[in-house]
Design a protein around this ligand. Structure first.
Ligand code: AMP
Ligand code: GLY
Length: 420
């Protein structure tokens, strides 16, 4: 089978490694992939947002199946365009990807169908937003409506901060057009849990739960990033919470999307907060999380391609999805200064002995050598019988990967060990 994966980060590297386990896969292409993914797939320099380029490539190479992983191409309708030329895909169509593409859509959906989430108001006019903020409870959370590289959320502790954030988003275009509409919502408290779930629109099959570490520095200090590390499973996701999530959130969401004529097929990411009033949705993503995927897929015992095809064909109920009863930890090595200013182009050295435990996010080939090429450079993954074992294994791998300006958080998994 000839398979195409759209995207080029650590998440895509994890997906590609897992797809390779299936002996039916004869050719594997990554568009655009990256210098590290090149060891596992043929990388072709076609950008993930170049829908016409992706479709032309798929036709030219007679691709049998495509996996579209990043948010941008999904929201732009990459799956629709590939399906229109007869290429079956893993990933939601445009009309379903809106669940991530528009926060206003997602919030209104939850309100209409009674799915627990933070209370909110939507604004398209700055003056109205400012008037609302005069009396809004603090802290308050401001979110740009559209995609903003996962950075369109501001938690304002003071009224002045909230006003500044609203101005930046709506007037200063801090997040481009994504901020022309904003959501202002209630600040929720409690541990966060990420749950990725396969769904074909009929059934929903949650994968092992995970915990992201979004802040740049130890102790959850510093700026929000794309994610500095993950662990799975998440100890806050107890069987009782899982049961409530299935009943109050997962099944109602699938039913709501069906009722709206927007059946979701693919991987639906539930960003949850376990509050004292029960689990609530912080956000939906229409795709695998990054770096959640790097801890979830290594624990998957069943064949990924088989599951993905079952999702596409609406046969998920009859397909085995089994996870190993172990733990995993991913420690992200980033370029010093990320998520703001950082240098790149440094030699990236990964010993052969740990190569299979490293997923490359930001690197390219230069003169036959691998050099850093992004803020998040790679994810170092360890698995083990216990969370402690997994954390130790991941940091062991990280210690062996070298580049000049590397930094990582030293406390990935510590909150999970404390159970909060
Ligand atoms: P998002 O991009 O929606 O995942 O938001 C980024 C981060 O902001 C989340 O992971 C939460 O830690 C935080 N966050 C978002 N919404 C809320 C909320 N209503 N209350 C508290 N924290 C929030
Ligand atoms: N790790 C969070 C995300 O993928 O959006």
């Amino acid at each position: 089978m000839r398979i195409l994966v759209v995207g080029g980060g650590g998440r895509e590297h994890a997906v590609i490694r897992k797809l390779k386990d299936n002996p039916c896969v004869t050719e594997l292409y990554a568009l655009p992939g990256n210098g590290g993914i090149a060891a596992d797939a043929t990388c072709v320099p076609i950008g993930a947002k170049d829908i016409d380029g992706i479709v032309a490539f798929a036709q030219d190479k007679k691709i049998d199946y495509a996996v579209v992983t990043p948010d941008d191409p999904l929201v732009l309708g990459c799956v629709d365009a590939l399906e229109a030329v007869g290429v079956p895909c893993f990933g939601p169509q445009k009309k379903a990807a809106i669940i991530e593409g528009s926060k206003v859509f997602a919030k209104d959906l939850m309100k209409r169908y009674g799915i627990p989430t933070a209370r909110y108001e939507t604004f398209t006019c700055l003056d109205e937003a400012l008037r609302y903020l005069e009396t809004a409870p603090l802290p308050t959370v401001l979110k740009a409506d559209g995609l903003a590289l996962g950075k369109g959320v501001i938690i304002a502790q003071t009224r002045a901060e909230a006003i500044q954030a609203a101005r930046d988003m709506m007037e200063g275009k801090r997040f481009g057009d994504a901020g022309s509409k904003i959501v202002i919502e209630e600040f929720l408290e409690g541990p966060e849990v990420s749950v990725l779930a396969f769904t074909d629109g009929n059934v929903v099959v949650p994968m092992v739960s995970s915990m992201d570490h979004k802040r740049a520095h130890d102790g959850d200090q510093g700026l929000n990033t794309g994610g500095m590390g993950t662990v799975a499973p998440n100890p806050c996701y107890t069987p009782a919470v899982a049961e409530r999530c299935m009943r109050e959130i997962f099944l109602p969401t699938i039913a709501a999307m069906n009722a709206e004529g927007r059946t979701f097929r693919g991987c639906l990411y539930f960003g949850l907060m376990v509050t004292k009033d029960g689990p609530k949705v912080i956000e939906y993503n229409c795709r695998f999380g990054d770096p959640e995927t790097q801890v979830v897929l290594p624990l998957l015992d069943s064949d990924l391609l088989t599951i993905m095809q079952a999702v596409t064909e609406g046969r998920l109920a009859d397909t085995e999805v089994r996870f190993r009863d172990e733990s995993a930890c991913c420690v992200v090595l980033a370029s010093n200064g990320y998520p703001e200013k950082y240098e790149k182009g440094f030699l990236l050295e990964i010993p052969e002995t740990v190569r299979s435990h490293v997923y490359i996010a930001g690197a390219k080939q230069a003169d036959g050598k691998l050099v850093t090429d992004g803020g998040r450079v790679c994810g170092c993954v360890g698995t083990g019988e216990t969370l402690e074992d997994a954390i130790r294994a991941a940091y062991d791998v990280a210690a062996q990967v070298r580049f000049e300006n590397a930094y990582c958080r030293k406390d990935i998994g510590q909150r999970a060990l404390r159970g909060v």
